[in-house]
Design a protein around this ligand. Sequence first.
Ligand code: PRP
Ligand code: ZN
Length: 298
Amino acid sequence: MKTRDRLRIAMQKSGRLTEPALELLKRCGLTFRQSRDKLFCFGEGEPVDLLLVRDDDIPGLIAQGVCDLGIVGRNVLDEYRLTAGRDDAAPLAEWRELGFGRCRLSIAVQQEMDYQGPQQLAGLRIATSYPGLLGEWLRTNGVDASVVTLAGSVEIAPKLGTADLICDLVQSGGTLVANQLRETDVLLESEAVLAGPKALPTDERGDLIELLLKRLDGVIQVRESRLLLLQTSRHTLDAVVRLLPGGPQPTLLPVAGQPDQLMLQALCAGEVSWRELEEIKKAGAREMFVLPVEKMLA
Ligand code: PRP
Ligand code: ZN
């Protein structure tokens, strides 16, 4: 059997994860020639191609070896792990959390219900697209309710009378409010993850995946990082350093022709606020710059 020598990544064709996923891959140096049907995108920079599919199909495509990796919500991946259970499929793993597409899988009841806790759901009908995750939660809580599996539009089931409450994804909460529903229990905190087989391939594709993971780590690590540059005199240095927001030790450089002055450079783990800058300035810093970090290779 001929093995593929190009890596194949599956991702959502159109939806909330599509744009941020493409942006992330671009930052990792992967660019694609969009093919006409847009199902398959040929990778130009590296031998890595994209498959644009329905997000529910992504775990299965990886498990069957059609794709090597996938960018998918943890909710979809965990649901697959709970419901697929075919023995010809390779076990899947979450290789990285990607920091976008954050949402939660929650129980939501009708606004007027006097909800006290899971026990109260016994005998009720719960509409969901996540029967695996909901079933597990019901078992954990020892609740005997009936699960009504729907492919979409779960939120209108109570109004239609096909269910008493729902278990669905909540991001902003707008959908719940619009349907007079109220979130009660969170079953799963989700975000986009890089999914792949538990055991990575041992050929060139394995090397490519390792390269990609290293780049991803660099991108994820610096995404929120800022480089802080400032000038300070030697006698205010200690006061300034004490106020620096987290991160490793700053680097100090001499300033030509001004032996009393130092240039300070510090990598900060997150945003640097105006308030923090003003405090540092009060302590004696001048000429302050906060720069975004684009790439980092440790
Ligand atoms: C999800 C979920 C809700 C909505 C929640 O659907 O099923 O309908 O998002 O988001 P909100 O809290 O910001 O309103 P999605 O848009 O992913 O589409 P789908 O239901 O067709 O899968
Ligand atoms: Zn929806």
